[in-house]
Design a protein around this ligand. Sequence first.
Ligand SMILES: [Fe+2]
Length: 135
Amino acid sequence: MLWSKSFETGNELVDEQHKEIFRLVQQVLDADAFANRKAQIETALDFLSGYAVRHFASEEALMAESNYPAFEEHKAQHDSFVKEVVAFMERVKTEGGTISISETINNFVIEWLKEHIMDRDKAMADHYKGWQVSN
Ligand SMILES: [Fe+2]
């Protein structure tokens, strides 16, 4: 399991969505075991990009609602993540579903998530909690 308690931001909605993203990443990892790896990776990336867009929109709504001062920087990270995933989709289309590409995708997504959650999302959730208390 890729998820660990250390990723908890304390915001229930955000944490549930993060767990789902980790589950989707696990599907890309598990695709190694299947004969039709390309289709598996494509399906997982498709879900991942769709889900990430919805998840980022939820976070951005929380940030907007609470007048989060670092909204723009945070949103810029979300946007660049989506661009990277789209670029991976293109690569899988042309290069096929090699083990090397699935490893590259997993490393990128997992590292990005860990860093983003620990740094940006926790700060955002703390701010949101503080805003809720004072409102
Ligand atoms: Fe975020």
